[in-house]
Design a protein around this ligand. Structure first.
Ligand SMILES: [Zn+2]
Length: 87
C-alpha cells in the first residue's frame, strides 16, 4: 500500500497548513448549501466540497476516499474558511 505513504495525521496538518500558506486554496463557488474549493496539490488539482447542511467535507483525492477521513486538502480549506470569516 503506497497510497498513504507520508500521510500520517501529523503530515496531513503540516501539508494542509503549507498549502494554505502558499495560497494553493481557491474558493471556486459559494452556493446556498455547499462551498466549492480548488486545491493545488503536489501533482494535481483537487476539488473539495463543504456540505453546509451536513457539516461535512469531502475531497476527490485517493487518501480521502480510501481512508474516509480528512486529507491535507480538506485541512487547507478549513484554514482558508477560518481565515476568511475572522472579523
Ligand atoms: Zn484530498
Amino acid at each position: 500500500m503506497d497510497v498513504a505513504s507520508g500521510e500520517s495525521s501529523m503530515g496531513v496538518k503540516r501539508k494542509g497548513a503549507r498549502m494554505f500558506a502558499e495560497g494553493k486554496v481557491k474558493k471556486d463557488m459559494e452556493a446556498e448549501r455547499r462551498s466549492y474549493f480548488n486545491v493545488q496539490g503536489e501533482t494535481e488539482l483537487h476539488s473539495v466540497v463543504f456540505d453546509k447542511t451536513r457539516n461535512e467535507w469531502s475531497c476527490d483525492c485517493k487518501f480521502s476516499s480510501m481512508k474516509a477521513r480528512e486529507c491535507s486538502h480538506i485541512y487547507a480549506c478549513k484554514l482558508h474558511e477560518k481565515n476568511e470569516t475572522r472579523p
